[in-house]
Design a protein around this ligand. Structure first.
Ligand SMILES: NC(=O)c1ccc[n+]([C@@H]2O[C@H](COP(=O)([O-])OP(=O)(O)OC[C@H]3O[C@@H](n4cnc5c(N)ncnc54)[C@H](O)[C@@H]3O)[C@@H](O)[C@H]2O)c1
Ligand SMILES: O=P(O)(O)OC[C@H](O)CO
Length: 336
């Protein structure tokens, strides 16, 4: 009998715990690394994650530890599920502990501030591994639904198709259907930019602008994501797939999305500080809107919705003023 696949998941937040559950349900032996020992103890003693996924029963073959070395030991897959902006510092600490041939898997949907690096690039840079040892999981995957074993499809991206297929097998369950893709650039951009568009749609919802506005923002948001992707060498078809359109639809329609909810609060008139105070979990678009806008400028790509989100979130522009400016941009053909 072959040995079970071992997975270490760094991050016991919503998605780390939910994806760890997927891996465990698919037959892997899973160890979650938790920053706080008391959360690791709670996971092991109650078989739940009371802080992030209360009420969801966790599988027996998933356990937690606050000891990073213990989590990393012998892992075939080392999954990273922490905020994008802390990845570099966290991974620098964990790199000496990694199992020799482990595949590093990013669950994160963000772009690093300052460097404008995608998460897989940060991983290659810090852990000094080739891109064939780095994979990305992305798509319409709201953690709470997946932890409740509700059906979803996803994308497992790696430049090495064999590695993508191994991870696909490791996380395939009756409720979680992963597809492989070798377009890592497109898959990561789809995931990071949808958070920014999710903020924009949330703002529009909070302002009560209606479903036509939502449909327009999703579609034009996808157009600007695709423009950026093309400039960065991504396959444009990736953006009509799960990592692009699929994730945008889920994020922009769900009250479970932190980015959508964050935007809704801003659109209703809460200040940035008030909105941050009521947001308990990672809403990546709040920081990544700046790095995505930076990336767009570096590639000479026009991203008006992203720029508008930056203006509202970071420059304090009132949403009504931003809306007026967005709508009064010069008229142009749809495909440019
Ligand atoms: N929640 C979802 O539905 C979902 C789905 C797909 C992708 N993602 C992405 O996954 C990533 C993680 O999101 P999440 O939902 O699990 O967030 P979360 O806020 O629920 O959990 C974040 C985890 O990171 C830990 N953490 C926070 N700051 C840290 C630091 N400085 N050092 C080490 N650990 C730290 C927290 O303790 C927590 O365990 C994000 O990039 C997000 O966009 C989330
Ligand atoms: O809660 P959000 O806004 O981070 O979205 C969660 C997932 O990325 C949806 O696929």
């Amino acid at each position: 009998m072959s040995k079970p696949v071992k997975a270490a998941v760094f991050g016991t937040g919503s998605w780390g715990t939910a994806f760890g559950t997927v891996l465990a349900d698919a037959g892997c032996e899973v160890t979650l690394w938790s920053r706080r020992p008391e959360l690791a103890d709670a996971v092991n003693s109650t078989r739940t994650n009371p802080d992030y996924l209360p009420g969801v029963e966790l599988p027996e073959n998933l356990r937690a530890t606050a000891d990073a070395a213990e989590a990393a030991r012998g892992a075939d897959f080392t999954v990273l599920a922490i905020p994008s902006q802390t990845l570099r510092a966290n991974l620098a600490e964990w790199t000496p502990l990694l199992a020799p041939r482990t595949v590093l898997v990013s669950l994160m949907k963000g772009v690093e501030l300052g460097t404008t690096m995608r998460m897989s690039e940060v991983i290659e840079d810090v852990a000094k591994v080739g891109r064939d040892r780095v994979a990305v999981v992305t798509g319409p995957n709201l953690a709470r639904e997946i932890a409740s074993r509700m059906p979803a499809a996803s994308v497992v991206a790696c430049t090495d198709e064999d590695v993508a297929q191994k991870l696909q097998t490791a996380c395939h369950t009756p409720y979680f259907r992963p597809y492989t893709n070798t377009d890592v650039v497109g898959c990561e951009l789809g995931g990071a930019v949808k958070n920014v568009i999710g903020l924009a749609v949330g703002i529009a919802d909070g302002m009560g602008l209606g479903d036509n506005a939502k449909g327009s923002l999703i579609t034009r948001g996808l157009a600007e994501t695709t423009r950026l992707g093309l400039a960065m060498g991504a396959d444009p078809l990736t953006f009509s797939g799960l990592a692009g359109l699929g994730d945008l639809v889920a994020t922009c329609s769900s009250p479970l999305s932190r980015n959508h909810t964050f935007g809704t609060n801003l659109g209703k008139g809460m200040t940035l500080q008030e909105t941050i105070a009521v947001t308990k979990q990672t809403a990546e678009g709040v920081k990544s809107c700046e790095s995505v806008a930076d990336l767009a400028r570096r590639h000479g790509v026009d991203m008006p919705i992203t720029e508008t989100v930056v203006d509202i979130v970071h420059e304090g522009k009132p949403p009504v003023v931003a809306l007026k400016e967005l709508m009064s941009r010069s008229a142009k053909p749809e495909r440019r």
